[in-house]
Write a protein that binds this ligand. Structure first.
Ligand SMILES: CC(C)(COP(=O)(O)OP(=O)(O)OC[C@H]1O[C@@H](n2cnc3c(N)ncnc32)[C@H](O)[C@@H]1OP(=O)(O)O)[C@@H](O)C(=O)NCCC(=O)NCCS
Length: 178
């Protein structure tokens, strides 16, 4: 669990997907490390986070990790980074178990990140995604993220990154505009 002086309030949010799986989003803790390593290794072939990095992020004051769980299974995770001098939170990683994809887990994690970024006083979320990652780009666009800039030769294999950004409206503002 994060050593943040402001403890993470992790009341699990429950989401039901079209495929009728019930998923809870909660803050990750050290007991999730083996699942996080397995997910990371199964998902990414390059630019992977090592076990050591994942462990460090789990204990960092400037990182928040969320996991999507169904029963005993960890179906996905998201890593959000915070910098003291920035009004933006950075979505650094998002991964869903192949067997659970297309059932709303990625979206539930993304919405969980937005909620937590708001709670931490951030007014934006920023992220980079591989230019050839159509699924992830479709997810971000469907949730209101805008592509800001393309950075060539960003990843280890030379692939470009698209930088996305979304302003986070406060809950009160969202309700007021509904
Ligand atoms: C990208 C990823 C996180 C999406 O997770 P997921 O649980 O499959 O996504 P969801 O079921 O919540 O779908 C949300 C949206 O993503 C997009 N999407 C998901 N699967 C898609 C597919 N096969 N083709 C096109 N768009 C797709 C759609 O916009 C979808 O919304 P819709 O169902 O209303 O059409 C998942 O595919 C993944 O882990 N990929 C490998 C790692 C990765 O690319 N991470 C992102 C790095 S920035």
């Amino acid at each position: 669990m994060s050593k943040s002086s402001k403890p993470w309030k992790s009341t699990p949010a429950r989401h039901k997907s079209a495929a009728d799986i019930s998923v809870s989003i909660r803050a990750a803790n050290i007991a999730d490390l083996p699942s996080l390593v397995a997910l990371e290794n199964a998902t990414f072939s390059a630019d992977r986070l090592s076990k050591r990095s994942l462990h460090r992020h789990l204990q960092s004051d400037t990182a928040k990790m969320l996991v999507a769980v169904s029963g005993e299974s960890c179906l996905g995770y998201a890593l959000l980074l915070f910098r003291a001098d920035s009004s933006a939170a950075r979505l650094y990683s998002l991964a869903v178990d192949r067997k659970a994809r297309g059932r709303g887990v990625g979206r539930a994690l993304l919405l969980g990140c937005e909620k937590n970024a708001r709670r931490c006083g951030r007014t934006y979320i920023r992220l980079e995604v591989r230019a050839d990652n159509k699924k992830a780009r479709a997810l971000y666009i469907s949730e209101g993220y805008s592509a800001r800039v393309v950075v060539s030769d960003y990843y280890q294999d030379g692939m470009a990154a698209v930088k996305f950004e979304k302003p986070l409206r406060s809950r009160r503002a969202s309700i007021g505009q509904a």
